[in-house]
Design a binder for this molecule. Structure first.
Ligand code: URA
Length: 268
């Protein structure tokens, strides 16, 4: 009798010995979900590798960075997954060792299979090391953007923000972008708010209709969704009003109608 796919994958990861990191960590650390035991999630938070607490408990994002992340994302009520691009803890959390061991490449199948099992609509990459599994460039270039990418069997939305460890008290460095200086934690709050909006909008009739009407996205293009939506709507105000009114007529009032009206008001 064959095992259910999630149990088979969990046991494959737990017995994986495909790179040099396995010799120094306690255990490989497969995904976890919130609430525990969810079989499908809407968002996956994707980190770099387990730290000391994760290595001990065999659960991703349960140490200080994980607790900070949980605080940031607790207002999302949908099921979520927590995954790392590398399942084994590098010695002293030094990701340079993971790079030297080619752990990202060797763990790639584990990553793809975990995402395929969780089947999220949105994958949020946390920090530059995890980003390097997908994109060239610095995390500051990609944070707060949204792009579509085929991964683990289907096209999914991707976004990125800083790694939560870089926002921990004491590590909360100021980062400079253009002339604005902000704490990493403020940028992360802003990025997570955007993800909350995206999750809310993705299954919403307004955005589905607006996307169908306005989308000019090319494969691989990235954009800041709210700016994009507003700009598109601004340029096509008459058409935008028709879309919003049609959505309101078809779907009635409520929270989404309020959002739609906010968009219209901002256009005036
Ligand atoms: N940092 C990560 O990137 N992943 C974890 O699981 C914990 C801390």
């Amino acid at each position: 009798m064959s095992l259910p796919p999630d149990i088979a994958l969990r046991s494959r990861i737990l017995t994986c010995n495909d790179c040099g990191l396995r010799a120094t960590c306690k255990q490989p650390v497969p995904w976890r979900t919130s609430p525990p035991g969810s079989s499908k999630v809407r968002a996956v938070w994707l980190g770099e590798a387990p730290g000391a607490e994760e290595d001990k408990t065999i659960k991703p994002f349960v140490g200080p960075a994980g607790q900070y992340l949980s605080g940031l994302v607790c207002r999302i009520k949908d099921p979520m997954g927590f995954v790392n691009v590398v399942c084994c803890r590098p010695p002293s959390n030094d990701f340079k060792v993971a790079k030297k061991e080619k752990a990202q490449e060797r763990c790639r199948q584990n990553l793809e299979d975990q995402v395929a099992i969780l089947d999220p609509e949105v994958v949020v990459i946390l920090g530059g090391n995890a980003l390097s599994s997908f994109k060239k460039g610095a995390i500051g270039e990609w944070r707060g953007k949204l792009w579509r990418e085929k991964f683990a069997g289907k096209a999914r939305w991707f976004s990125a923000t800083f790694h939560p460890a870089s926002a921990l008290p004491g590590r909360n460095t100021k980062r400079r972008f253009g002339s604005t200086e902000k704490l990493t934690s403020e940028w992360m709050e802003q990025d997570v708010s955007m993800i909350v909006d995206v999750l809310d909008m993705l299954d919403g009739p307004l955005v589905n209709a607006a996307m169908k009407t306005f989308t000019k996205l090319e494969e691989g293009a990235s954009f800041r969704p709210l700016d994009w939506l507003l700009n598109e709507l601004k340029e096509n105000k008459e058409e935008a009003e028709k879309v919003v009114m049609r959505v309101l007529n078809e779907h009635g009032g409520g929270e989404r109608a309020e959002k739609a009206l906010c968009v219209l008001r901002m256009l005036e």
